[in-house]
Design a protein around this ligand. Sequence first.
Ligand SMILES: *[C@@H]1O[C@H](CO)[C@@H](O)[C@H](O)[C@H]1NC(C)=O
Ligand SMILES: *[C@@H]1O[C@H](CO)[C@@H](O)[C@H](O)[C@H]1NC(C)=O
Ligand SMILES: *[C@@H]1O[C@H](CO)[C@@H](O)[C@H](O)[C@H]1NC(C)=O
Ligand SMILES: *[C@@H]1O[C@H](CO)[C@@H](O)[C@H](O)[C@H]1NC(C)=O
Ligand SMILES: *[C@@H]1O[C@H](CO)[C@@H](O)[C@H](O)[C@H]1NC(C)=O
Ligand SMILES: *[C@@H]1O[C@H](CO)[C@@H](O)[C@H](O)[C@H]1NC(C)=O
Length: 427
Amino acid sequence: MVFTQKQWIVIGCIATFVVVGVVVGVTVGVVVGRRKSDSVAVEQRVNDILAQNPLIDGHNDWAWVIRKYFRNNITGLDLNDMTKYRNITTIHTDITRLRKGQVGGQFWSIYTPCEHQGRDATVSFMEQIDLVNRIIAKEPEAFQLARTAAEVREAFQAKRIASLLGVESGQAIESTFSILRLFYQLGVRYMTLTHNCNTPWADQNRVDRPGSTLPKNEGLTEFGKKIIAEMNRLGMLVDLAHVSKKTMLDVLDVTRSPIIFSHSSAWALCNHSRNVQDDVLRLVKNNRGIVMVAFTPGFITCDSKNLGNISNVAEHINYIRSLVGVDGIGLGGDFDGIDETPYDLVDVSGYPKLIEYLVSQGNWTDEDIIKLAGGNILRVMEENEQIARELQKTMQPLEDMIPIADLIKNNITSCRYLDMYPNAAAA
Ligand SMILES: *[C@@H]1O[C@H](CO)[C@@H](O)[C@H](O)[C@H]1NC(C)=O
Ligand SMILES: *[C@@H]1O[C@H](CO)[C@@H](O)[C@H](O)[C@H]1NC(C)=O
Ligand SMILES: *[C@@H]1O[C@H](CO)[C@@H](O)[C@H](O)[C@H]1NC(C)=O
Ligand SMILES: *[C@@H]1O[C@H](CO)[C@@H](O)[C@H](O)[C@H]1NC(C)=O
Ligand SMILES: *[C@@H]1O[C@H](CO)[C@@H](O)[C@H](O)[C@H]1NC(C)=O
Ligand SMILES: *[C@@H]1O[C@H](CO)[C@@H](O)[C@H](O)[C@H]1NC(C)=O
């Protein structure tokens, strides 16, 4: 058979088409295949890391949600699956999702609102500690109380979620060292100095908002400095989430031990008063402290119309790492303390996806990830424990009382019987 020139051209075109098609097809197949196997490999790598090293989140308000919606009645409550209460509220936390999220340890937030201050703050915080104790007792296969870094590791070895207590916030102690010490005895291992209200000895973040007319003290007062000293002596971590910038600077000036931010993000990326400014981040590095990055949309995107996603959270993590270093970064999701979450980080099952995202960026080694996930907060706990042991050799428990003038200035004397202030009438 003999082909005409025209026929040869057609045959050539078809052959070229087939060859190009095969090459393109194979290339696309290989690339897609490799991407898929890359992502499977990353998933496996993150799964392995978190199976061997605890991921410890700095702040979760599950206990608060249970107070708010179930009045602390856990008798009939299904702690394994709280998605079934969607008709009441959206809950970010339950045992099933904690397990899926490979959570190895959690600082449970002991929180009640500022309205309790000067009234029944201590009572309400005690109720929340009791609630967490009852949750742990009800689900002993899932949870184990942890008061030291060593106890976190023990719980993790036993495949239980190490349950740590963090008091949010300072109003809980009603300005007395006695309650601070008793909280320590009950297992509380951090105290956030303020929530969104001042205590009579420390100012909160909202005083920093442009145009704020909120009453201000002077950052950390003289009595506040003594509270930091007593926390250092006890080995209770000082948490600077929620405080004003002046309070942050004052604390960093006097603390003997590394501090934490249990749930805050980077001010340079979103200038919210809850976030941490660059000069403070540099001081946190000197202090050997840690910033546990919050996922709160308002702190991450600064845009009420965009809740953000994992990549935005990762930007904050990478930014804070660039200033504090890889030893000073952690995770503090604030689940159940926030009404809205990033689009793709909607509950406590989301941590592995966030870590996979960081790993696939290529500049996080396994060692770095272990530190971010939980190694850094364990190191900070150990340093606080060590410094406390040293301080206790020479320092006695503090017995000072807050000056009555500080209480009066902050309008919180009304429910106090002032027997400890013999000259109160003159004040
Ligand atoms: C607690 O909840 C259970 C089950 O939902 C209910 O039977 C019980 O009466 C409640 N207890 C109190 C004291 O309200
Ligand atoms: C919501 O759903 C739960 C679980 O299905 C049920 O026990 C409860 O009565 C419902 N509550 C309301 C307010 O509808
Ligand atoms: C934060 O940034 C916005 C927009 O850039 C600006 O309008 C606002 O004044 C800034 N707020 C603070 C506290 O600096
Ligand atoms: C996250 O959101 C940003 C901006 O909305 C978008 O550009 C980016 O592709 C999103 N990333 C992911 C992983 O969804
Ligand atoms: C890691 O890589 C990402 C993407 O290339 C970059 O945005 C980020 O700044 C890097 N982080 C660090 C700590 O170098
Ligand atoms: C105390 O109460 C007075 C009178 O109501 C008010 O003007 C003042 O701002 C209050 N101070 C604080 C610190 O709340």
